[in-house]
Design a protein around this ligand. Structure first.
Ligand SMILES: Nc1ncnc2c1ncn2[C@@H]1O[C@H](COP(=O)(O)OP(=O)(O)OP(=O)(O)O)[C@@H](O)[C@H]1O
Ligand SMILES: [Mg+2]
Length: 265
């Protein structure tokens, strides 16, 4: 028996279809966010919901997955780590069904709250609800929020949302914009061939001024950047193959957004 085996034995399994540690290998920066979110998560009282709030593409899903991996490696949440994407959920029944499945009660005949009150196994569970903002446009949003609050009596609940979640017992964490150093590291992890001059242009004209250091914008742009151009700047401004338009604005109820429209001519 090696020490390594005993460490592996203690890990909490991750939901394979939604969280793959390999996808998070290129995670950049945000050590302060990771520390603060973990502390808030572990300090949640019964009935409290932790909401990670931030603009589209800022990195909410990425960071909660990173946290899930970190707590799984430490063997926390022996009752399981669960990831629920809220985007396909269309009503409160489906929401309740998905939440009940975490406790193995999706097909329970009786009232699941009654069942949990009487038979909860007392095991620690983590439930991540991703893209919760999509539920805030449904007619049944109040019922859904009530279910969310009730679930938090039986599990630690972590939510990602573009908007402020108006429910009782919530703890908020506002995601900050990446620093220019972090944004540059992310950009250069994908565009390793950039010249010194291009790196300067990135910092001065592109990352913060044009892209708000937004990781989604950086990911989209670098995925199509042809290798070997003389200057990145020239590419962004006058290349005839792509047209890049970033509009930083505010959409009521959604918050600051970055829209990146990329068109192949
Ligand atoms: N710290 C990071 N290091 C490396 N890549 C990152 C980081 N944060 C985000 N990304 C990348 O940026 C992209 C957008 O991140 P993510 O999907 O987490 O944003 P989001 O805030 O959840 O967006 P949305 O509101 O649309 O759900 C992803 O491709 C992700 O891999
Ligand atoms: Mg997301």
């Amino acid at each position: 028996m090696t020490g390594e085996n005993s460490i592996h034995a203690k890990k909490t399994p991750l939901p394979e279809s939604s969280i793959n540690p390999k996808d998070l290998k290129g995670f950049i920066g945000r050590s302060d966010d990771l520390e603060h979110i973990c502390r808030k998560l572990m300090g949640l009282e019964q009935g409290e919901v932790l909401t990670i709030k931030g603009a589209g593409g800022i990195g909410k899903t990425h960071i909660v997955k990173k946290i899930a991996v970190a707590v799984a490696e430490r063997g926390l949440f022996s009752g399981g780590i669960h990831f629920i994407d809220c985007e396909p959920i269309t009503d409160s029944r489906l929401f309740l069904f998905k939440a009940a499945a975490v406790f193995g009660l999706e097909h329970a005949e009786e009232d699941i709250w009654q069942h949990l009150r009487d038979h909860h196994d007392g095991q620690e569970r983590l439930i991540i609800f991703d893209n919760f903002e999509t539920l805030l446009y449904l007619n049944e949003q109040e019922e859904i929020k009530a279910i969310l609050s009730k679930i938090a009596d039986y599990a630690k609940v972590l939510v990602t949302c573009r908007e402020l979640l108006k429910i009782e017992g919530k703890v908020d964490y506002q995601m900050r914009q990446l620093t220019t150093d972090e944004a540059e590291t992310l950009f250069l992890s994908k565009v390793t061939w950039a010249t010194k001059q291009e790196k300067e242009l990135l910092r001065q004209e592109i990352l913060d001024p044009l892209l708000n250091n937004n990781p989604l914008a950086i990911t989209l742009i670098t995925s199509d950047l042809p290798k070997g151009r003389a200057l990145l700047w020239e590419f962004f401004i006058s290349n005839s193959r792509f047209f890049l338009c970033c509009v930083a604005g505010t959409i009521p109820g959604i918050g600051p957004q970055i829209w990146v429209f990329q068109t192949i001519f």
